[in-house]
Design a protein around this ligand. Sequence first.
Ligand SMILES: Nc1ncnc2c1ncn2[C@@H]1O[C@H](COP(=O)(O)OP(=O)(O)OP(=O)(O)O)[C@@H](O)[C@H]1O
Length: 372
Amino acid sequence: MFIVELTLENYRNYLSLEAQFEDKVNVILGENAQGKTNVMEAIYVLAMAKSHRTSNDKDLILWDKEYAKIKGRIQKRNNSLPLELFISRKGKKAKCNHIEQRKLSHYVGNMNVVMFAPEDLHLVKGNPQVRRRFIDMEIGQVSPVYLHDLNQYHKILQQRNHYLKQLQTKKQQDMTMLDILTEQLIEVAVKIIKKRYEFVYLLEEWAKTIHSGISRGLEQLEIVYNPSLDVSEDDDWSKMVDIYNGKFFTNREREIDRGITLYGPHRDDLIFKVNGKNVQTFGSQGQQRTTALSVKLAEIELIHSEIGEYPILLLDDVLSELDDYRQSHLLNTIQGRVQTFVTTTSVDGIDHQTLREAATFQVNAGQMSQMK
Ligand SMILES: Nc1ncnc2c1ncn2[C@@H]1O[C@H](COP(=O)(O)OP(=O)(O)OP(=O)(O)O)[C@@H](O)[C@H]1O
């Protein structure tokens, strides 16, 4: 799939923007702080209904304005799809094919993107929250049911934590309510973990091959799902509810003492290993970067295998970070198959046929125009 047109109104530093893109590679060129990332972010937000760099939607609205609007037309294999996102201080409204979507979880997934930005190194180096967000966003792109379950889970978790706090401060004594909330939490938790195991299994299949290619066969990548509860993908899923129940039962006093839920998908993590060693602790900068790149390229393949179309790839400020070999590997991989957006302050030093044939846009102080 590819994005044919993008229109912005009051988005970040763009008062208005109308752009038409190529279905292959689009290079967005400009000095620092001119609005290159803002365009990439707008494309990402159009797909995911949330930003990759802020959880505060108000940040997306041009200062002193009341709302921001992002519109785009997506060309899929069989149809052309108009999408629209309206962001105000009160919330968001999404339209797909001119029809307002009652739930954002129904909207997300109509357009698929994979973003690779310098922050993605945090996927390997950062805290577990970054990796959980990654898994959730990626599964959510191809599974609206997962997003629904995740919302449910967080609602129940909040209620359960609130109740644990009341038990901790003795405002409540009754354990029946805790049992009910625990039962509800486990039911959704098991669905989420099962889906995550499936996702990680497929992601690892692709990422392993890609990583081996980038490292010229010298490194073997493994991706391991690390649950807060001692389970493994070989365990019988039908027993998972009992395993959870047992864990919560034996740790009841600890949970009340702490006033929080200690086990569940909100505490799980991913481990990336290269040649058997955890890359977060033992990997070099280069290995960490290669791991992040392999995972992103694997995501492209994974989405393709799930929905039968390639997602749009957004490479924000990362090409210049990669050495020549990795740059070529990346550009050769996407060549001709994936609509790609590349931001850079200069094309010097990025000498690749893919970029020579690309459409180039110049960004300057919230204005973008195509270079002839
Ligand atoms: N809500 C907003 N309203 C108006 N301007 C904003 C808003 N949010 C950010 N900006 C402005 O957008 C500009 C940053 O744009 P962006 O992050 O796209 O830069 P960039 O061209 O990618 O730069 P770099 O090469 O440094 O990454 C800054 O000038 C910032 O002040």
